[in-house]
Design a protein around this ligand. Structure first.
Ligand code: AHR
Length: 326
């Protein structure tokens, strides 16, 4: 008996070590023993305020829906996500959801989940797999549209300008869907007018620290920066520190556009340090749990569920801040 308990404990510890995962909610379902649904969830990491809000949303929605969540933090590394998904397959969870850190390189592990008859839902970010049967649906924002909204604001803001507008861009994680798409959407809109010039563009990995570091380098290497386009608030907030450190006034000497609209970003917008924010909602948890339940009941669900989002200027940020959820 003792031997069996020891073996079970070792098996449990090995699974936890493999995925770096913790559970929330009660045990059960495919990985447990009663009827509760067990969802294996592989999160990108904790790189930004957006990500923290997204994790909270997923965890609290799972609890409300009585879905047992096996949560794994990949620390922005694809290899950790692949390990986590393999571990979820071994644990025979009922369903897997994940937010892929980058777009490419998922076919093999998704095929393994499919062969084990475990449905997969993509949340927040997409994969570029040609075989769309490898996942049931993709729930998340339209990142190209977000980039376009950023570009449209810029075009309107500088509609009377005759001179060149020098733009620096802080990209998100290299190879990630939001970095690829926000860049493409923005470039498409501003590309219609040759006065807009992206004079430097580099990844800041969606983090505040890297945003600051890269902006410091931009300020040293690139004279006459008119505009900063940062693919998320956190990088924009880091860049603000760099701009202030260089004796310039963010929001005035350098206009700033970011994406997300988390509280810290909205505060900087209300304070006049950011000029425009395109919203990207992290509150995906309730829709994710609803879709998971439908998939497991065999109900039809749409292949793509797009999150509803808006944009904020400085006055709109002041009005929205008191009731902002994240
Ligand atoms: O995938 C969503 C993006 O990931 C958010 O815009 C960014 O803040 C996060 O790190």
């Amino acid at each position: 008996m003792m031997k069996r308990i020891t073996a079970l404990v070792i098996a449990g510890l090995t699974a936890a070590a493999l995925t770096g995962c913790g559970s929330s909610g009660s045990e059960g379902g495919g990985g447990g023993g009663d009827d509760a649904i067990v969802m294996g969830f592989s999160q990108v990491g904790a790189e930004s305020g957006w990500r923290t809000a997204n994790t909270k949303s997923v965890q609290s929605a799972a609890e409300k829906s009585k879905i047992t969540l096996r949560f794994s933090d990949a620390q922005q590394k694809q290899e950790n996500q692949i390990k986590a998904i393999r571990s979820f397959v071994q644990q025979k969870v009922d369903i897997i959801a994940f937010s892929p850190v980058v777009e490419s390189g998922w076919d093999t592990v998704l095929k393994e989940a499919q062969n084990a008859k475990i449905p997969v839902i993509l949340t927040d970010r997409a994969v570029d797999s040609k075989d769309t049967t490898l996942y049931k649906t993709f729930l998340g924002s339209d990142f190209v549209e977000e980039g376009k909204k950023a570009g449209q604001w810029l075009v309107e803001e500088y509609k009377d300008a005759k001179d060149t507008v020098n733009i620096v861009e802080l990209q998100g994680t290299t190879g990630s869907a939001p970095a690829n798409d926000r860049k493409a959407g923005f470039a498409e809109v501003i590309g219609a007018d040759p006065k807009f010039k992206i004079v430097a563009s580099q990844t800041g990995d969606f983090t505040r620290a890297k945003g600051k570091e890269v902006m410091e380098a931009f300020l040293k290497s690139t004279p006459d920066i008119d505009v900063l386009y940062a693919h998320n608030d956190d990088m924009g907030l880091g860049a603000i520190e760099a701009i202030e450190g260089a004796g310039k006034v963010p929001g005035k000497d350098i206009k700033i556009i970011t994406v997300d609209a988390v509280k810290d970003g909205m505060q900087a917008l209300a304070d006049g340090k950011i000029n425009f924010i395109v919203e990207c909602s992290p509150l995906l948890g309730p829709q994710l749990m609803d879709l998971a339940q439908k998939v497991l009941k065999g109900e039809n669900i749409p292949a793509r569920v797009v999150t509803e989002e808006t944009t904020f200027d400085q006055e709109q940020a002041k009005a929205a801040l008191p009731t902002r959820e994240y």
